[in-house]
Design a protein around this ligand. Sequence first.
Ligand code: NAP
Length: 248
Amino acid sequence: MSPHILILGGTTEARRLAAALAARPGLRVTTSLAGRVTRPGELVGEVRTGGFGGAEGLAAWLRTHRVDALIDATHPFAARITANALRAAADTGTPLVVLRRPGWQPGPNDRWYDVGSLTEAAEALPALGRRVFLSTGRLGLAAFAHLTELAFVVRSVEPPEPPLPPDLHVVLDRGPFDRVAETELLRAHRIDVLVTKDSGGEATAPKLAAARELGLPVVVVRRPEPPSGLPLAGDVAGVLEWLDTRGL
Ligand code: NAP
């Protein structure tokens, strides 16, 4: 029987990894999605959708579907599924690697303000500007709902969920983005300040280059601490090497 690889997905890297593994003969590859977005984009290989029911549910899935290797390629802020993956892998003896793109680092001319949460980002905003570009995703915007004096432009793949700040313009779009268009977007909306999660990766980084070009401050929500003992790969090539060492 072909070795079975389960990718926990929902990111650009997970999509790239599935495509890279499809090029390897004799592998069965399944990508798992949480099912949060209605149009998840093109994916190569088998796809399953929806939560597993905690670490126990994931462990049961690994056993039932005879998974030979588990790759957690979820978003750096998706802390719960990563903790579940670690537990389920340990409980079932399934080899696990976590594909985690490195976080973003500021350049010499960047005005970045590191914060630990969306709530802290909201606290920092009034001192930094009145017109805000929010690219932290469609969830958790309640943290900004009380900022009635500020104008927000929110960009997300699907419409954001209430409660929301009253002065809000929504841009529905999915990366990758490019620097010229990002600069134009920030100019067109007369943005004073950006808020982003430290997602890392190239697909959504051009907004940071655009902010630099326009001299705008950026509030960066830093990542939750990963659990200790997490086996990490920084990119798709790192995961492929990890699979090689296991003969997969
Ligand atoms: P989370 O808080 O870590 O996970 C919450 C629950 O959603 C998990 O306990 C699990 O349910 C289910 N789940 C999450 N990822 C799953 C997957 N790939 N396949 C099956 N079930 C999954 O995650 P989140 O922050 O809500 O993110 C959900 C998904 O969106 C992730 O796959 C992530 O890669 C993607 N995403 C997240 C962000 C972000 O900023 N958080 C940004 C971009 C994309 P059960 O316990 O029932 O198994």
